[in-house]
Design a protein around this ligand. Structure first.
Ligand code: ADP
Ligand code: MG
Ligand code: MG
Length: 903
């Protein structure tokens, strides 16, 4: 039979699934011998059973009786006894703390007769009646669903009538009267009297906690925090202790270290003569914990000793709720405390110093997400600012710049060295160059999964989106906010952490952690200046990241296409380039050459000539990159996107030709446009994502891959001749069959051989392929025969496994899908381990079955995503490759994966 009830003596801190966080820790403190008021916990199993059947299981009722009698026997008092009543609190407590749930009901067990008993034993009539009215108020509101304002208003009315402002100024008789009023409110609202039977009060409280699991706000909270809906909550029944029994009583909260700065030393607040939530509710001004030292030294010393004991025991920062009843200290709650990103690193480092945890354990205390936060530049809080609007905080950071309404403007400003903010109604893939050029992105439409938001986060670019109050008028090139109108070039500031948009320039400060990451410890410490906390933070980050580097098994490479990205990534500690895209090498002035290649059609000589002209240009690009990467691997992906991306837009061209024809504008330009139109039409695809791209394009347009390979191989040969150590790797995209790979490989081998002969040198250039189609993963043992390495392209693999076209689906229905729980998080953000991940695992296994030591990595956005990094570690990849700014996060998470995985 399932056991539904655990006495505090029976559980421990590792039983959170069953007892909830609060219950497990109350049990742990009991086990440690700390002064916890006796009580018991009803399990999440019982809650789930109740929710499934809609009925309290009868076994639960009998178990509750036994547990209650246990507590009663320990204390020698009985629940709601008329002479000397035992009172309890009914407290909800799920595995993860959930503010969306029912609040705690205190003082259960009071009724019309036990209130007199409480008055007598406490010798304080006012206290007894105040406790009773609190019970009816809390119980009425949370268990009986009575409108809470009715109680609050009645209390206010009474105070007015008596001419007092504070609750404490009401007399025992006042409160007696108030209890009558409250009881009437309950009777009127529910049609039933306030329940007098103490056990009935308790049972109703328990059921209400169960039910609160399924309230709408609890659902919303769980969705946002990605907490599963089927966990259920535990219920804690805890003997009441009273902080409101006069001036020798009190209640408070404290932390074993400062959770916001991470400073060591105790922090806390308390109030004398107060109960429960009074401290956090801000009714009266609280006192700092240090003041307790002067007023009640013994209790203060005892509390300090317990705090130390808890921290030693949990080996971490703890937060604590305590109550003092007539000079006796009671512990009501503890848990490993939440903290800011900065505090997380500092505390972890302090705990190593204090030899409470090992460096490995310290890595478990910090996360990549926290490191990311420390890397965002911040607006200077002390600066003055004018708020224009507030919208979705889509990608954190602080950006200041001139308004730019399109790519051209953004790129022009960037070239002039003027920072800009790309302001669009919404963005689409065409806006990418503008987004790259801009400091930040602001859109009037779209949510957190809109193109702007997703791409900006991927790039680490500040983004505020869905600012509905903005009217973006592209025709007149103005931005209207209410009655204010701004033109292009006007300076605004956007805060991607808060979603705020400011007029004018707000000063930003670069984070010293970022300075450290790109320029080393000394520079970081210098940036911290005389801010000791910041310097300590920089040292702590360095310490943990250094340790992560020592223990991690995954290498961290970067995705970089340009020398600027490459330099940044190297600064951040990248060990190679895992993905160098080559499409930009066909853009700009080179576009004309590509157009010639396409228009050449059957004129092979013309095509060859256009291609030939591209070789030296691309060689120049590769020389620059390979030189920067000297001695480190650089994986170059042959051209991947569909050709139409390099051609004029179909509709625009159709219109242009139609207009020219209507005006009878004959001539060479029209003739060329017409030829181009034919070519564009031919290339036009209904779904380019699944069309003529990657290796297919390379095979379809003979010579295209060859020219890229030649440019790369010759660049390597030239550098080698100069005594450098270039390490290019050739990567073939979108391979689905071994034959595709064979064809490209044969061609590449030939070029390499020719070049080796020409330069009289030996080049060792691996040729591998991306695994980004299900077929590639499924036949990886074949591909491995022709590939020197694999790189899993998890973006495309996600698209092709789910059958999603990313650009189409994210805006259209990803919001709905997350809302409805189809996935907790977009599979483009975190790898879908259950589906797409299974293909990765299979690909690794099959590939290694043919070639046991084959090098395998992953490129794509998942490479810098913490959860995904852990998965890639587990399946045995050799490296992850991610965008430059995520390199530090990947290093940290790879280290964490190594110490946290069981192998
Ligand atoms: P939360 O999860 O919101 O912290 P709690 O169950 O901890 O809710 O209770 C709310 C408040 O009531 C806290 O201040 C807590 O210390 C106090 N409280 C809970 N149970 C008792 C009790 N048995 N005796 C005295 N105070 C209690
Ligand atoms: Mg609490
Ligand atoms: Mg791809």
């Amino acid at each position: 039979m399932t056991k539904f009830v655990y006495n505090f003596h029976e559980g421990d801190k590792d039983m959170k699934d069953l007892l909830g966080g609060k219950g497990a820790n109350l049990a742990e403190m009991t086990k440690m011998g700390l002064p916890v008021p006796p009580g018991f916990t009803i399990t999440t199993d019982a809650c789930r059973e109740y929710l499934n059947k809609g009925l309290v299981p009868p076994e639960l009722e009998t178990e509750v009786t036994q547990a209650l009698r246990d507590v009663e026997d320990t204390l020698g008092r009985q629940l709601g006894d008329a002479e000397d009543p035992l009172l309890v609190s009914v407290r909800s407590g799920a595995k993860f703390s959930m503010p969306g749930m029912m609040e705690t009901v205190l003082n259960i067990g009071l009724n019309d007769s036990s209130v007199n008993g409480l008055a007598k034993v406490s010798g304080d009539e006012r206290f007894a009646w105040d406790s009773y009215r609190r019970l009816i108020q809390m119980f009425g509101k949370t268990v009986l669903d009575v409108d809470g304002d009715l109680f609050a208003d009645a209390l206010e009315d009474l105070k007015k009538e008596r001419g007092v402002t504070a609750d404490v100024d009401l007399t025992a008789d006042d409160l007696k009267g108030l209890v009558e009023t409250f009881k009437k409110i309950v009777q009127d609202a529910t049609g039933e009297p306030f329940p007098q039977d103490p056990r009935k009060q308790m049972d109703m409280g328990i059921e209400a906690v169960f039910r609160s699991w399924n309230t709408e706000r609890a659902h919303i909270y769980r969705r946002r925090e990605r907490i599963p809906h089927d966990l259920g909550t535990a219920v804690n029944i805890c003997t009441m202790v009273f902080g409101n029994m006069g001036e020798t009583s009190g209640t408070g909260v404290c932390f074993t270290r400062d959770p916001s700065s991470g400073d060591s030393g105790v922090y806390g607040d308390y109030l004398m003569n107060a109960q429960g939530e009074d401290v956090v509710a801000g009714i009266r001004n609280t006192l700092p914990l240090s003041a307790l030292k002067d007023t009640n030294r013994p209790v203060y010393d005892e509390l300090r000793a317990i705090m130390r004991k808890l921290e030693t025991h949990y080996k971490d920062l703890c937060d604590i709720e305590f109550t003092i009843e007539r000079g006796k200290l009671w512990m009501l709650q503890t848990r490993v405390g939440k903290r800011t990103a900065g505090a997380a690193f500092r505390v972890a480092s302090q705990l190593i110093d204090e030899k409470l945890i090992t460096p490995d354990e310290a890595l478990e205390r910090v996360t990549g997400a926290q490191l990311t936060q420390l890397m965002f530049p911040q607006f200077d809080d002390s600066a003055s600012r004018t708020l224009l609007t507030r919208a979705m905080a889509a990608s954190p950071g602080a950006a200041v710049g001139q308004i730019a309404f399109d790519n051209a403007a953004a790129i022009r400003m960037a070239h002039e060295g003027t920072p800009c903010i790309l302001v669009r109604r919404e963005t689409n893939p065409e806006d990418l160059p503008g987004m790259v050029a801009a400091e930040g992105v602001l859109t009037a439409r779209g949510g957190k999964t809109s193109h702007a938001a997703v791409v900006a986060r991927g790039m680490g670019k500040t983004c505020v989106c869905g600012a509905e109050e903005l009217d973006v008028d592209l025709k007149n090139r103005t931005l209207r906010v209410g009655d204010r109108v701004f033109g292009e070039g006007h300076v605004i500031s956007i805060d991607g952490t808060t979603g705020e948009v400011f007029d004018g320039k707000v000063e930003v400060v670069d984070s010293p952690v970022t300075t450290y990451l790109s320029h080393g410890l000394e520079a970081g410490l210098k940036a911290a200046g005389d801010d000791e906390d910041m310097a300590d933070l920089v040292r702590s980050v360095d310490r943990l990241l250094t340790h992560a580097d020592e223990v991690r098994r995954l290498e961290v490479r970067t995705n970089a296409d340009t020398p600027e990205d490459t330099e940044r990534a190297l600064g951040y500690g990248a060990q190679g380039i895992g993905l160098c895209r080559t499409e930009h090498m066909f853009l700009g002035e080179r576009r004309a050459l590509i157009e010639r290649v396409i228009l050449a059609e059957d004129d092979l000589a013309e095509r060859a000539e256009a291609m030939e002209a591209l070789v030296p240009l691309q060689k120049g690009d590769f020389l620059q990159m390979l030189e920067l990467m000297d001695g480190k691997p650089m994986t170059v992906r042959l051209i991947d996107p569909p050709l139409h991306e390099f051609l004029p837009d179909l509709t625009e061209l159709e219109v242009k030709v139609a207009v020219a024809e209507a005006l009878h504008k004959d001539g060479p330009e029209l003739a060329k446009d017409k030829r181009m139109l034919t070519a564009v039409r031919k290339m036009h695809e209904a779904n380019p994502m699944l069309g003529l791209r990657g290796v297919r394009l390379g095979l379809y347009l003979p010579g295209l891959f060859a020219l890229q390979i030649r440019a790369l191989v010759e660049a390597a040969a030239e550098l080698k001749a100069k005594g450098k150590d270039p390490r290019p790797e050739i990567m073939v995209p979108l391979v689905g069959s071994i034959r595709e790979l064979q064809l490209v490989r044969d061609e590449a081998l030939e070029i390499i051989k020719e070049t080796e002969e020409k330069y009289g040198t030996e080049l060792n250039i691996p040729i591998g392929c991306m695994v980004e189609l299900p077929r590639a993963a499924l036949t990886a043992e074949d591909l491995a025969l022709e590939a020197d390495f694999f790189s899993f392209g998890t973006n495309d693999l996600t698209q092709t496994t789910w059958g999603f076209s990313r650009d189409d689906v994210e805006g259209a229905f990803f919001g709905l899908y997350t809302e409805e729980g189809v996935f907790g998080v977009s599979p483009f953000e975190t790898i879908d381990t259950h589906g797409v991940g299974r293909l990765v695992k299979l690909g690794v296994k099959k590939g290694r079955s043919a070639k046991p030591d084959m090098k395998m990595g992953i490129c794509g956005e998942h490479g810098g995503d913490p959860d995904s990094v852990h998965f890639f570690h587990k399946v045995g990849l050799n490296y992850v490759s991610c965008s430059p700014f995520r390199v530090p996060v990947a290093r940290l998470e790879a280290g964490r994966a190594a110490v946290m995985s069981e192998d």
